[in-house]
Design a binder for this molecule. Structure first.
Ligand SMILES: [Zn+2]
Length: 341
């Protein structure tokens, strides 16, 4: 049955082709057994997975006329609180390197049980690229024998890290970066942001709307970002001992473990962004700079670098990311940048 009067109201910006595709699937009762939502972080992949799941379990979905998810039926209300018995999320524990085989076994067992309300059962796997090999193999077996009304959504920023056998059995949907002007309008319309703030954030987020929203709503997160960016600005003027002290301050207390690898990775990305901005200013491309909100600081330090210094720095930062991936101590990696800047 085609439910032609069903419409969707998902709080997303950009990637309309994906929302249209999923919405049509619901309206036409054509739902795949597994999907892969692929693309860079902070594009709304997990939010889309949640709204897709909520629309599938919404009790009004069967009636043929509704805005999905309705938000009012008992199923929607439970789903909104994360308490719906037919929607399951699995993700990597913060301090673990992988999603374990035990986690996936539990996940498969729960998805195999009868639905509470005879509705869809949906399993969402966040950061699916971090499935252990054993966990991926266990999942593959489930994908090979799809069950009616069971939907598995793998969310990943690195589809190449997933086994080809999993990818080939799934409907792959590729999320793309969103244009700054769309994000600007979205922040003003849906989040009532001030125009100047919306402009700064729409550039700062580099096409990733969920990141812009996080900056807007989480002041601490925003301040941590600015602090890391400022570390770079200090680098360009302080002596070497002071530069090492900046590294100590940014990462010292959190040295060791996967968490500090992640933090160092984020810091390097911010510094890469600033280096790119300095190069853009060098070539009079102000309109493309990411850190519009730090324009004063950028202009101040620009004079300290020759274009060849900036290209060297860009190379060092790229190399630093490779060191991190190769398990070099994150503090050493940052100190290496501080010494060679
Ligand atoms: Zn509902």
């Amino acid at each position: 049955m085609i439910k032609s009067n069903i419409t969707f109201n998902w709080p997303l910006v950009g990637n309309g082709h994906i929302i249209d595709f999923l919405a049509k699937g619901i309206a036409n009762d054509k739902i795949a057994g597994s999907y892969i939502f692929s693309g860079p972080d902070n594009l709304g992949k997990t939010t889309t997975a949640n709204y897709f799941a909520r629309s599938l379990v919404c009790q009004r979905a069967q009636e043929g006329t509704a805005v999905l998810p309705c938000g009012k039926c008992p199923a929607c209300q439970q789903a909104e609180k994360g308490l719906h018995g037919d929607i399951h999320l699995v993700k990597k524990d913060k301090d673990k390197k992988n999603i374990s085989i035990e986690q996936i076994r539990d996940f498969i067992r729960i998805l195999g049980m009868a639905s509470f309300l005879n509705s869809y059962k949906i399993g969402i796997i966040k950061h699916a690229e971090s499935l252990s090999i054993e966990a991926a193999n266990a999942l593959l077996k489930t994908l090979e024998e799809p069950k009616i009304k069971v939907v598995i959504i793998l969310v990943t920023s690195n589809i190449d890290a997933l086994p080809a056998t999993i990818v080939s059995r799934s409907q792959v949907l590729r999320f793309k970066l969103v244009k700054a002007d769309l994000i600007y309008d979205y922040l003003i319309r849906d989040y009532k942001a001030k125009r100047s703030m919306a402009k700064d954030l729409s550039y700062l987020c580099l096409g990733r709307p969920s990141l812009a929203v996080k900056f807007l709503e989480d002041l601490e997160f925003y301040n941590v970002y600015l602090n890391r960016a400022n570390g770079f600005f200090q680098f360009s003027q302080e002596d070497i001992n002071k530069r090492l002290a900046v590294v100590e301050e940014l990462i010292g207390a959190k040295a060791g473990g996967q968490e500090s690898v992640k933090i160092a990775g984020r810091i390097i990305e911010i510094w890469q962004g600033i280096t790119r901005d300095l190069l853009l200013l060098e070539f009079d491309q102000r309109g493309l700079t990411q850190h519009l909100l730090l324009e004063g600081e950028l202009k101040k330090i620009k004079t300290k670098f020759k274009p060849s210094d900036l290209l060297n720095l860009a190379k060092n930062l790229r190399q630093a990311k490779e060191y991190l991936a190769a398990n070099v101590n994150p503090k050493l990696v940052l100190e290496n940048i501080a010494i060679n800047i």
